[in-house]
Design a binder for this molecule. Structure first.
Ligand SMILES: NC(=O)c1ccc[n+]([C@@H]2O[C@H](COP(=O)([O-])OP(=O)(O)OC[C@H]3O[C@@H](n4cnc5c(N)ncnc54)[C@H](OP(=O)(O)O)[C@@H]3O)[C@@H](O)[C@H]2O)c1
Length: 282
């Protein structure tokens, strides 16, 4: 049986849905399991039960400091080895993201995966188009970001889920493989153009100040993490192409510009929306 962890999250639920859409039997694990799913909380290693699972899709459990994230993944892998899982598919971070603030936890987990003795596939996921669009902020009549003219090889989350599903459905074909999954380049300016508004670039210092002083709810590790994404994009370290995504999908990638524009549009304050009859360009 295939089990997808993090099935309550966006990538995990989409991966499970993609498996089901292919007619592949699979279940999910989550801290808040839905019907038919298993309760899986990597912060509760004693409670992890992966018996009967042959292929584990280990969706990274981020949003914490490195030590906690790596400990979560180590617990999941230890349970997988103990309970007889044969193949693990780990959703990691694109190679170009090596310098990002959260890369270390992914690379440390990749080491654990390789050393686990399990058969494995590593999916080095590019940054989500949804994330890129969501990081653009509305100000006055337009969008602001610290991305400058830099481009991101962004990927629609649904494409990453589809690749995870097709790999999990045929693990032998992807054994010992590292797939770098990035999409076509997108810039903040292109997103703004798509929405018919201007884009203004702010400096990295101002961006970090806003994160630290004006963004409630961020955890301590998040401002440096987000600033690392901004400088990486701005200085052209995250725009490289790789054919793996489209090769694996067997079709063009979903348009990351449309996905990023939808994400940016979703955070648009009502006061800046165009009046009736003035719709943004499609
Ligand atoms: N490539 C990118 O641009 C990007 C952007 C953001 C995050 N990420 C990484 O990719 C992962 C999936 O992205 P997403 O969009 O699906 O994020 P999401 O919707 O925020 O979901 C977070 C995921 O983390 C799991 N998780 C958190 N704590 C956990 C724990 N203690 N034990 C087990 N699972 C735990 C959650 O599982 P349950 O809620 O089901 O328990 C959920 O699947 C994230 O967790 C993060 O590591 C990548």
């Amino acid at each position: 049986m295939i089990l997808v962890t993090g099935a309550g999250g966006n990538l995990g639920s989409a991966t499970l849905a993609a498996l089901h859409a292919r007619g592949v039997p699979a279940t999910g694990g989550s801290r808040s399991p839905g019907p038919g799913m298993r309760r899986l909380d990597f912060d509760d290693p004693a409670g992890l039960d992966l018996t009967g699972v042959s292929t584990l899709v280990l969706v990274s459990a981020g949003y914490a400091e490195d030590d906690l994230v790596v400990a979560r993944h180590a617990a999941a892998l230890a349970a997988a080895v103990r309970d007889g899982v044969r193949h693990v598919v780990y959703t990691s971070l694109t190679t170009a993201g090596d310098h990002l603030g959260f890369a270390l936890a992914h690379r440390a987990t990749e080491r654990l995966v390789r050393e686990s003795g399990l058969s494995w596939t590593i999916l080095r996921n590019g940054l989500y188009a949804e994330l890129f669009g969501g990081l653009l902020t509305w100000s006055g009549d337009g969008l602001e970001s610290a991305f400058g003219d830099g481009a991101l090889a962004a990927v629609a989350r649904a494409d990453l889920a589809e690749v995870a599903a097709l790999v999990a459905a045929d693990p032998a074909a992807h054994r010992g493989r590292v797939h770098d999954l990035v999409g076509p380049p997108v810039t903040a300016g292109l997103v703004a153009d798509r929405l018919g508004v201007p884009h203004r670039t702010v400096g990295l210092g101002e961006y970090r100040r806003r994160l630290l002083e004006e963004t409630p709810g961020l955890l301590p590790f998040q401002p440096p993490m987000l600033a690392s994404i901004a400088t990486g994009v701005r200085h052209g370290f995250l725009d490289g192409a790789d054919p793996a995504l489209t090769d694996l999908l067997g079709r063009p990638a979903r348009d990351p510009l449309a996905v990023a524009a939808a994400a940016a549009s979703a955070t648009r304050p009502a006061t800046t929306r165009p009046a009736t009859g003035l719709r943004p360009r499609p």
